[in-house]
Design a protein around this ligand. Sequence first.
Ligand SMILES: CCCCCCCCCCCCC/C=C/[C@@H](O)[C@H](COP(=O)(O)O)NC(=O)CCCCCCCCCCCCCCC
Ligand SMILES: Nc1ncnc2c1ncn2[C@@H]1O[C@H](COP(=O)(O)OP(=O)(O)O)[C@@H](O)[C@H]1O
Ligand SMILES: [Ca+2]
Length: 473
Amino acid sequence: MKWQHICKPRAFTVRYVQRVRKHRWRCKEVTFWCSDEQLFYQWLQAFHDLLEQQTHRPKNLLVYINPYGGKKRGKQIYENKVAPLFSAAGICADVIVTEYANHARDHLYDANLEKYDGVVCVGGDGMFSEVLHGLIVRMQKDSDVDHNNPSAQLSRCNMRIGIIPAGSTDCICYATVGINDPETSALHIILGDCQPLDVCSVHYKRTFLKYSVSLLGYGFYGDVLKGSEKNRWLGPARYDVSGFKTFLTHHCYEGSVSFQPAKWVLGSPRDQTTCTSGCYICRQSSKQLDEQEQTQACGSEHREQDDDWTTIKGRFMAINAVSMSCACPRSPNGLSPAAHLADGSADLILVRKCSRLDFLRHLIRHTSNKDQFDFPFVEVYRVKNFQFTPKHFEDEDNESTDIGILGKKNFSQICTDHPSCGCNHVNSIWNCDGETLDQTAIEMRVHCQLIKLFARGIENAKLEDDVNPSKVF
Ligand SMILES: CCCCCCCCCCCCC/C=C/[C@@H](O)[C@H](COP(=O)(O)O)NC(=O)CCCCCCCCCCCCCCC
Ligand SMILES: Nc1ncnc2c1ncn2[C@@H]1O[C@H](COP(=O)(O)OP(=O)(O)O)[C@@H](O)[C@H]1O
Ligand SMILES: [Ca+2]
């Protein structure tokens, strides 16, 4: 609340959030004045009391800005659109403009975080990934959990993360807020919103590789990422250029995928129920998680079932695992429109070898409301974990077998039956939230609600027509 004694002697200005079109929020203000002094002070006191009760609102934030993300406008966006709002809301922000890749992650490993109510990243999904890794790895170190153990029960992070979108895809922001708009995200941070989020851990044997919250993709999206890196100067358009080239090369990759279905979750990938603010399905998972943690606190061990693995072998255009919808401006409903932010599961999408035209039809469906899974060559499963082994890897007993060592030697092994099948003679790579993984034979596991964001999920469309001031700050 900022007092503005304009021409009237007893006046104050109240800033509030107004919902405008398509999940966009704007900060509005209204100035009140009053001729009665006593009444004026009563109003001030009432506002003070109300604001005092808002204990979930952050007061101190640690902000990391990637000056090279997206269209390289991170600093400008923060200074022009976010900093003025933070200061109007009385938020004190310590700002670090990153100087190199992984600066934010490494800084978080041993920064003193006690005085902060949250961490904010200004950038894209890659920048979010840095902050995510910094906080999760730090949390496991502090609570003595070995994150190299794929079945370790990870400690949940209580520090909330805010995302000011200034990247190329901004999928994590878009899928948790409904839009990639810096001012809207800043307002969600100011109001102290809280959205738990599932995180997937990715391991190679007993070595931790990375965490993922959006897309863990092999084949098409791995190749798009690989091709895009050399065109970073193109900014966000690098993905479209590389996407077009990857589409033309039309590679498929052979291997086997094993997974355990997420039996306890209430939804399924094609039930057309989207995850909205206060989602019932995610709340049920919260309850189950609390119960599980309580039993563990009482000393009894939570036993995971180990007998219901399904294995699918084949040639795939793409293998995508998403623990959220992955909605973004390119695909407003996302890779899996019915995926949930915090249900403890991921949707595993397998696109088998198909013709170029069929693959294009599948891709185009991502831009409309039509079901992208409604093709005979596409399968989707809601899973709690999965493992992938490329064909090369299965053929070789040698444990060191992986990308690079393989080369053309193994090509004949794969394609003798199908000389013109288009199977690629080298592996693809994994795209993990826009970063590449060094290994191809990986295992992934979903950790239910491991982190929290300054967001509230996608609000019901009905609220957008609500022109009444929703929250005062
Ligand atoms: C023909 C139109 C087809 C449109 C298909 C759009 C599907 C888009 C799905 C996007 C899923 C995004 C998942 C998010 C991943 C991000 O974490 C991650 C990192 O983001 P950052 O750079 O901000 O840090 N981003 C990415 O990996 C980028 C994925 C973008 C894929 C774009 C693919 C475009 C494909 C265009 C094919 C064109 C074929 C045209 C043939 C005539
Ligand atoms: N100062 C910096 N210089 C170079 N790279 C950086 C810097 N800060 C962050 N990065 C890296 O830039 C990459 C892309 O960042 P991101 O913000 O996601 O932008 P984009 O959405 O355009 O990919 C990430 O891998 C991140 O680790
Ligand atoms: Ca999920």
